[in-house]
Write a protein that binds this ligand. Structure first.
Ligand code: ADP
Length: 346
């Protein structure tokens, strides 16, 4: 009979699970993935693939039952389902509570504000009467966010008038989603920092990085953030506080706004994150290896950079013909550049 136990089970089989394959191989760890489709990024790269829905309790429990640790490629998993698995004794890292936090912009704003951490002025709209006072305080334009369900900028709207605000809020409420209003922050730039945390509380932080977002998606990244030394200690304090308060196990990324020279928290991701892809070649220990180490409660690795600078360029969308053999060869001719393809369609 085939031994089908795995060390780590990933719910979701996108590029994050896929890029975990190399460090898993180096450490002789066996990964299993629950993929939506057989052509998902990680399903193409790993041998142990089950096709199933991340919302199907039977499929998720079957994966949990044969893995030492369950972890995540994405945040689209029902926390109640994860909580039931924890009650049955399965090891879920990060925990259901952490997943609940990472799925809710509302919870993040409320919790970080309660910790005294810097966040933009915000207002969770439960009643229509919540709105007028906040609008008066921050004025238009302002930002409306869906509490949950958004990613890559889908779920974030800038509104310029009361009518537009009303329209977005009505749309969200129709879907049963709480609107969160925010002041529109004047952005000097966007930054991010990652931290890895073990169950024991041991942590390692990565350098503060600068990210350039286009249409809500990461386009470019520079590590370390130019001129960021001034903000490094404050960013470390913030990511350490969030990781410890939530009891994160694994990788945590905190996205920041730099506004008038000060850090404000935008949002978090509790998994490897596109702000950490540079670490594959640019740091002593990549975020993918670090995540595996952390969720398996193994010693964490050095996060020091391997070069004075590392940059990421994210090639998104484009035309199917953009990645021909000629382009590939041209990219690979760049000294010191590394190309990572996810097996996604252009
Ligand atoms: P997502 O969860 O979809 O990634 P974000 O909350 O990160 O969405 O918002 C997407 C982008 O919208 C951010 O990268 C930033 O450029 C802009 N943005 C979000 N919130 C604000 C705000 N309060 N003020 C100004 N710009 C914002």
């Amino acid at each position: 009979m085939r031994n089908d136990r795995a060390d780590v089970g990933f719910i979701g089989a996108g590029q994050l699970a896929r890029m975990s394959a190399a460090p898993a191989s180096a450490l002789d760890l066996r990964l299993a993935v629950l993929a939506n489709r057989s052509d998902d990024g990680a399903a193409q790269a790993l041998p142990d693939v089950t096709i199933g829905d991340p919302d199907d309790p039977v499929a998720v429990e079957a994966l949990a039952a044969r893995c030492d640790v369950l972890t995540f490629d994405h945040e689209l998993v029902d926390p109640d389902l994860l909580e039931r698995l924890e009650e049955k004794g399965y090891v879920v890292r990060p925990s259901s509570g952490v997943m609940r936090l990472s799925q809710s912009k509302r919870q993040q704003r409320e919790r970080f504000a309660a910790l005294g951490l810097p966040v933009p002025a915000f207002c969770v709209v439960e009643l229509d009467s919540d709105v007028a006072g906040f609008v008066e305080q921050v004025g238009f334009p302002l930002i409306v966010k869906a509490d949950r369900g958004g990613y890559d900028g889908r779920g974030v709207w800038q509104v310029d008038t009361n009518d537009e605000l009303l329209e977005v809020m009505v749309g969200l409420r129709r879907r049963g989603i709480t609107p969160v209003l925010e002041e529109r922050v004047s952005l000097d730039r966007e930054l991010a920092m990652q931290i890895a945390r073990r169950p024991s509380g041991e942590t390692r932080t990565y350098p503060l990085v600068e990210t350039v977002q286009v249409d809500g998606m990461l386009r470019e990244l520079i590590a370390p953030a130019p001129g960021g030394e001034r903000l490094q200690a404050e960013a470390e304090r913030i990511v350490e506080t969030i990781a410890a308060d939530a009891g994160v196990v694994g990788m945590l990324a905190v996205e920041f706004f730099e506004s008038n020279g000060e850090l404000l928290i935008n949002e978090i991701a509790t998994r490897p994150h596109n702000s950490g892809h540079f670490s594959i070649e640019g740091a002593q220990t990549s975020q993918f290896e670090q995540h595996l180490r952390a969720v398996l409660d193994l010693p964490l690795g050095s996060t020091a950079l391997t070069a004075p600078w590392a940059v990421t360029v994210n090639i998104v969308g484009g035309l199917a013909g953009d990645l021909t053999r000629t382009h590939l060869e041209r990219a690979l001719q760049i000294e010191g550049a590394h190309l990572h393809l996810y097996g996604k369609e252009a």
